[in-house]
Design a protein around this ligand. Structure first.
Ligand SMILES: *[C@@H]1O[C@H](CO)[C@@H](O)[C@H](O)[C@H]1NC(C)=O
Ligand SMILES: *[C@@H]1O[C@H](CO)[C@@H](O)[C@H](O)[C@H]1NC(C)=O
Ligand SMILES: *[C@@H]1O[C@H](CO)[C@@H](O)[C@H](O)[C@H]1NC(C)=O
Length: 373
């Protein structure tokens, strides 16, 4: 693909332009509609431009994207598309966001200019804030969320945009059996009022859940088929008699149980991240392209079937895959840089039945061609 690109840059545009135009429209017709989201992380120095990514996303018929920031280039590239966006307000801003005027100017700067063209539907205030064990940061979370919400109300945007935050699954102290799900005791003083707020503004509780972590820590005790949604005998929750045939659904129900233990049955749980790495360090057992393909394609089938979890059978699971691209500048173990469904050149890392299309260049309009690298 890269040799094609350099040839393009030095030769006539007209023939490839026509070819591209036909190919893009063909793909729009062929793709199927599935209700899932993808995390579009950008911790990399080799990703395609947002306008090229917009074509890839449309070719996949992906209807929802989650960002970790409010990148104006991405929001502009998706103007006039049907894609719904969760945008992120970084954890480093929480202290500032307590100040109502700062929250209001953040919305005025990052949401207001784009929202008439780009469907911004949700803001995550901080990401995995409780994982830092920083009491000041944890204490700032809810006031920051309230302040951002109040700013949306003031600016008349609260009907279109909701406010939440994304948690690590490790905020649970107990997750098995699912009915015994409970939050870490030290976090309850923060989570209790947070749940009251979610219930008040009717916003979802987001959790990043990776059955891969549980498997890699205990490969001899945990069945690979159970974490990969493959046929297996599963497990039955002795308290509820509900049968679980996969770990992700058990994790979701554990979160519902932890929320219920704090008195709430009125807050929906959604998965803001899940995925499986295609590569890992030698001690990261199970990080292979085969397992990543099985995990993601089996989960996609469950989404297609609009399945709910055993405890919430009538609520279809709501999932954001992690992630769109491999991100070469993420730190940590090898797996961290290998969660992508796609390589930065637009080739799929493995086949999960989503044929994407990343153009070499983007047609800005019929008479305006520009090259993006
Ligand atoms: C794209 O997905 C939507 C639902 O998300 C569906 O209604 C539509 O038909 C799909 N379009 C194509 C071309 O598959
Ligand atoms: C935070 O605290 C929890 C519970 O005490 C502990 O399990 C976890 O390792 C801590 N995390 C960090 C990053 O220190
Ligand atoms: C071409 O597109 C660029 C980038 O979107 C824009 O700045 C420029 O005004 C456009 N030119 C024409 C002639 O439409």
């Amino acid at each position: 693909m890269s040799s094609f690109r350099s040839a393009m840059a030095t030769s006539s545009f007209f023939f490839p332009l026509l070819l591209l135009f036909l190919t893009v429209s063909d793909l729009f017709v062929q793709t199927r509609g599935l209700n899932f989201g993808i995390n579009y992380g950008q911790i990399a120095n080799n990703l395609p431009s947002p306008s090229r990514v917009a074509v890839l996303i449309k070719s996949l018929n992906v209807s929802r994207i989650k960002l970790y920031d409010a990148d104006p280039n991405v929001l502009s590239a998706f103007s006039n598309s049907d894609v719904e966006f969760i945008i992120g307000l970084g954890s480093e801003n929480l202290q500032n966001m307590r100040d109502p005027s700062k929250a209001q100017s953040w919305i005025q700067q990052h949401v207001q200019p784009y929202i008439s063209q780009t469907k911004i539907t949700c803001i995550t205030v901080g990401n995995e804030v409780f994982s830092y064990n920083d009491t000041q940061l944890s204490a700032n979370l809810l006031p920051a969320m309230q302040s951002v919400y109040n700013a949306l109300v003031t600016l008349g945007l609260a009907q279109q945009v909701t406010v939440t935050t994304a948690h690590s699954f490790s905020i649970l102290a107990t997750s098995f059996p699912p009915s015994s799900g409970a939050f870490r005791q030290d976090l309850i003083p923060y989570i209790q009022p947070l749940l009251n707020f979610h219930a008040q503004i009717k916003s979802p509780f987001l959790i990043n859940a990776y059955p891969f972590f549980a498997y890699k820590d205990n490969p001899n005790q945990i069945s690979l088929n159970y974490v990969l949604f493959q046929p297996n005998s599963g497990s039955t929750d002795p308290m509820t008699n509900l049968h679980y045939d996969n770990m992700l659904f058990a994790q979701i129900d554990a979160v519902y149980a932890a929320i219920k233990a704090l008195g709430h049955t009125d807050v929906e749980v959604r998965i803001s991240e899940t995925g499986w790495p295609s590569k890992g360090d030698p001690d990261e057992v199970g990080a292979t392209p085969q397992n990543a393909e099985i995990y993601n394609s089996n989960l996609l089938k469950r989404i297609e079937q609009k399945q709910g979890t055993p405890a919430k059978p009538s609520v279809p699971i709501n999932i954001y895959f992690f992630a769109l691209f491999n991100e070469n500048m993420k730190t940590g173990p090898i797996s961290e840089r290998n969660y992508g469904l796609y390589y930065p050149d637009g080739n799929p890392v493995y086949n999960i039945g989503l044929e994407g299309y990343l153009p070499e260049m983007v047609i800005e309009s019929r008479s305006n061609v520009s090259i993006h690298t």
